[in-house]
Design a protein around this ligand. Structure first.
Ligand code: EPU
Length: 422
């Protein structure tokens, strides 16, 4: 297994290009199952999660060809069955359910199960399919959905933690080939949902309101192949903005969308990190000493849960007390005890973490537990004195394209090493 070995204390300086969004790419790749014609996707990030999605699509009968960030998927003839071994490795793979149901009128998919950040139920996805007329059966760890004809309906997709991103994507995809009008209420407003809707429209779907809590889909008999550019990854961008602030450097992000990052930029400003637009780029640097800030994760356009861990690393460096409240996933605090190994003083109180910031961080071996927790440990390691070894960085490779290379380009002393060799 590989680790990152980081020699901390070097301010990051320079330019970094933001990759295509993982969480936009995954459902868009699944949407290619909706047509028997080829789909051409540009700016697909080269990650273990996107490679894994390719494997899933191939296991269903599609072909995929990748060249320099462009992925061509052709689902000429497909089957509707995905087994446990595929789905359990990546919860995001559940977004094949909507396209399979729409195209084949049946899908048999293993239930994904929980993961380290929380329970990850799919009840809302199933509620949406049922509203479109699908019969749902759960048996032997599999969910089987079948329907004679998907029929438009009105469905409320708000759950206990608000809307569901992939649930909205799944129901939207299923409804594209249904008969009549489907209205999703309490739909997720994330930019990744909008990107998917744009791709579906390029395929011939009729969708209005994506990006708002009410999405209206008017079914069409058939979708065709299309070409699409995936949006830049707002979570990767946020991670680099925070790393610039944490190391007291100055980093220019090329290709990031400031309009997708408003809540993050606002909190960074409160914490003493300025993010300014410079032409098509964003530039992050400290505008004062770091200051504490209270952060609560929320559905878009609120502060993203996927940036909570990274923000905690920054606030651990800010003298004073910051309260970070996690409202989306119940157990997304696995990074807290690892940050403590670097010297951070953080206590968990129910859904909140109380960060008593400003203690100096010093390098230590730490263990990554999930994708965003890994990014938080890398940021803390970059800011800490001495050497930090972040173990199990396969989590990081799921969602960050060449993070070590990009950080080295900014002057960081970071190396990818074999765990036992370090
Ligand atoms: N929920 C339900 N029922 C459902 C679905 C979700 O109760 O049927 C709950 C979840 O338990 C959670 C909340 O609703 O409390 C929101 O979950 P959501 O469904 O929005 O999450 P997701 O669609 O499975 C995507 C991203 C996650 C990101 C979340 C929230 C992908 C592939 N994954 O997951 O990304 O954290 O939205 O923004 O798009 C990551 O990239 O590190 C990551 C975990």
């Amino acid at each position: 297994m590989e680790s990152f070995l980081i020699k901390g204390g070097v301010p990051l300086h320079g330019e970094v290009t933001i990759s295509g969004s993982k969480n936009a790419a995954l459902p868009i790749m699944a949407a290619a199952l909706l047509t028997d014609e080829p789909c051409v996707l540009h700016r697909v990030p080269d990650l273990s999660d996107t490679r894994f999605m390719v494997k899933i699509l191939e296991s269903l009968g599609a072909t995929a060809r990748s060249e320099a960030g462009t992925l061509t998927i052709h689902a000429r003839k497909i089957k509707g069955y995905a087994d446990y071994d595929l789905v359990r490795k990546m919860r995001g793979s559940i977004c094949i359910a909507g396209p399979l149901l729409a195209r084949l009128k049946r899908a048999r998919i293993s239930l994904p199960g929980g993961c380290i950040i929380g329970a990850r139920p799919i009840n809302l996805h199933l509620k949406g399919f049922a509203a479109l007329g699908a019969k749902i059966k759960i048996e032997g760890g599999y969910v089987e959905a079948s329907v004679r004809k998907l029929t438009g309906n009105s469905v409320f997709l708000g759950g206990r933690a608000g809307p569901t991103v992939l649930g909205t994507a799944n129901v939207m995809m299923a409804a594209t080939l249904g008969e009549g009008v489907t209205v999703i209420e309490s739909a997720a407003c994330e930019p990744e949902v909008v990107d998917l809707a744009n791709f579906l429209q390029a395929m011939g779907a009729n969708i209005a309101g994506a990006g708002s809590p009410t999405i209206t889909i008017t079914g069409v008999p058939k979708l065709h192949g299309a070409e699409h550019n995936i949006i830049p990854d707002r979570i990767e961008a946020a991670t680099f903005l925070i790393a610039a602030g944490a190391t007291d450097g100055e980093v220019t992000l090329k290709g990031a969308r400031g309009d997708h990052l408003r809540a993050v930029i606002d909190k960074l400003s409160e914490a003493g990190v300025a993010v300014e637009r410079s032409g098509a780029n964003l530039v992050a640097r400290r505008k004062s000493r770091l200051k504490p800030a209270d952060v609560t994760t929320m559905p878009y356009a609120g502060f993203p849960t996927d940036v909570q861990a990274q923000m905690m690393s920054l606030l651990a460096l800010a003298p004073g007390i910051s309260i970070i409240t996690e409202r989306i996933f119940e157990s997304r605090f696995m990074h807290v005890s690892e940050l403590a190994r670097l010297g951070a003083d953080i206590e968990i109180e129910g859904p909140s973490a109380i960060v008593k910031g400003g203690r100096p961080l010093s390098g230590a071996p730490v263990m990554a537990s999930d994708l965003r927790a890994s990014a938080a440990l890398v940021i803390a390691g970059l800011a800490a004195k001495g050497s930090t070894q972040v173990n199990r960085i396969y989590h990081l490779d799921r969602g960050y394209e060449g993070m070590d290379l990009k950080l080295r380009g900014l002057g960081a002393r970071i190396a990818r090493v074999e765990e036992q060799a370090a």
